[in-house]
Design a protein around this ligand. Structure first.
Ligand code: 0X9
Ligand code: ZN
Length: 428
């Protein structure tokens, strides 16, 4: 009996060690026994101490950062160092995902099970599936919809968008989604919204759909998105190699030419998850956004950038928390309308709101700041979807429809408030 136990224990330890050392089978990066911890802290000193952990990318990966907590994914071999650092920083850590690979495996199984069905929202769709679905929409609704091409990605994929317009003279709303590769709930939500705008019979949804011109890019970071489906579920950045490092990719949400690399809003280290790139607009995907949005900016009243996770509505500015936009009070009133509507919805999901740098961290060169500062789009938000960390980026597919439904309810309230505050008047 004792021997059996020792043997099983040895096997279990070997499994953990192999999981950590190999980390890859089937060409896919595995996260066996990688755990995600929420670390609470009180002072900036503690935060900076803990932030240093993220420099060891092999063992620690920052999932989320806020004013009072960090979410860190820790490899099995980094656990001892992590515990020591937390102790030294006098902070407290709580585990909330014990094994990231387990969540990925469940998600993969659910995706495979739903693949036999038509395109739908019980699973996360691949880029090829989303594109085939877009083609189908374009063929079925030739009068209302129009495809547009944003440009080509680094790996030469076409970045596609869909315009929905029921009539002329509508204010324009741009939705940028899946700029961060691993945030799959964003493209799932964007495609569900497209479906509702075209098929819903709910009068509120019909009014919403028909009284705005929608420009929707379901997957902006196409290369990164494909990479998350085929190789590394936790990839965030683009896939363009660096001239000065073996680390690949740039944080596309730090690459816009607006206060680019100012303050500590982005990193100059190519290995960092928030690497701003060698120069602003170094990423073809972001240059393409700039060219396209720039060409229609007089038609746009609202810019929304879909992200996950943490249930937040973030206004400019991201580059500083010492100044606030001129229409900050209005931006907060509009954000409150969104938050109140979502919370009143049966799921009771709570969204917090504020300026990005004010309630989260400084992050320069992001979409919503660039749209606001450089393109004159006065209503501009980053929306961070579900959840607050229980599943993080690996949000089970059962959340897709509820998340999308509450987004729709939020959008109705947001645009109603924009209208009453005079932000939807035509600029052209
Ligand atoms: O850091 C980001 O790019 C966003 N959070 S995420 O976890 N999805 O990566 C927040 C961006 C906030 N917006 C601005 N800084 N303007
Ligand atoms: Zn994001």
């Amino acid at each position: 009996m004792g021997d059996t136990f020792t043997c099983l224990l040895a096997l279990a330890l070997l499994h953990v060690a192999l999981g950590a050392a190999v980390g890859q089978t089937d060409g896919r990066i595995r996260y066996d026994n990688y755990a995600v911890y929420k670390v609470k802290y009180e002072s900036l000193g503690q935060r900076n101490l803990l932030r240093q952990l993220a420099e060891d990318r092999e063992n620690f990966r920052l999932w989320h950062e806020a004013k009072d907590e960090l979410h860190v994914m820790v490899s099995p071999s980094g656990l001892a160092e992590f515990q020591a650092e937390v102790l030294q920083a006098n902070a407290t850590a709580k585990i909330f995902i014990p094994n990231v690979q387990e969540l990925i495996d469940i998600e993969t199984t659910e995706n495979a099970r739903a693949t036999s069905e038509d395109f739908g929202w019980k699973k996360y769709n691949s880029l090829a599936e989303i594109e085939a679905w877009l083609d189908d929409i374009l063929a079925r609704y030739p009068v209302i919809t129009e495809g547009f091409v944003l440009g080509q990605s680094y790996e030469n994929r076409t970045i596609r968008g869909l315009k929905i317009s029921y009539k002329s003279g509508n204010p324009g709303v741009f939705i940028e989604s899946n700029i961060h590769a691993r945030e799959w709930i964003t493209s799932a939500t964007a495609t569900w919204l497209i479906h509702q705008f075209l098929t819903s019979e709910d009068p509120l949804v019909r009014t919403l759909a028909e009284s705005h011109d929608w420009y929707i890019v379901p997957v902006l970071n196409v290369d990164g998105f494909v990479y998350t489906h085929e190789k590394d579920r936790m990839w965030r950045k683009t896939r363009q190699p660096s001239a000065i490092s073996s680390c690949i990719g740039v944080d596309p949400n730090r690459n816009y030419d607006s206060h680019w690399m100012e303050n500590d809003g982005a990193s100059s280290n190519p290995c960092a998850e928030n690497y701003g790139g060698p120069r602003a607009f170094s990423e073809p995907e972001i240059q393409a956004m700039s060219d396209f949005v720039g060409s229609i900016k007089t038609k746009l009243n609202v810019m929304l950038a879909f992200h996950s996770y943490s249930q937040l509505l973030l206004s400019p500015y991201g580059h500083t928390d010492e100044e606030f936009p001129d229409n900050y009070d209005d931006l907060m009133e509009v954000a409150k309308a969104y938050g109140d509507a979502v919370e009143a919805f049966p799921y009771g999901t709570v969204y917090r709101y504020g300026s990005a740098a004010g309630i989260l961290y400084t992050a320069s060169g992001a979409t919503n700041d660039w749209a606001y500062n450089e393109q004159g789009i006065e209503i501009s938000y980053t929306i961070e979807f579900r959840d607050t960390g229980r599943y993080g980026f690996v949000l089970p597919p059962v959340h897709i429809v509820p998340n999308a439904e509450e987004t729709l309810i939020g959008l109705i309230a947001l645009l109603d408030k924009c209208k009453s505050l005079g932000y939807l008047n035509l600029k052209y």
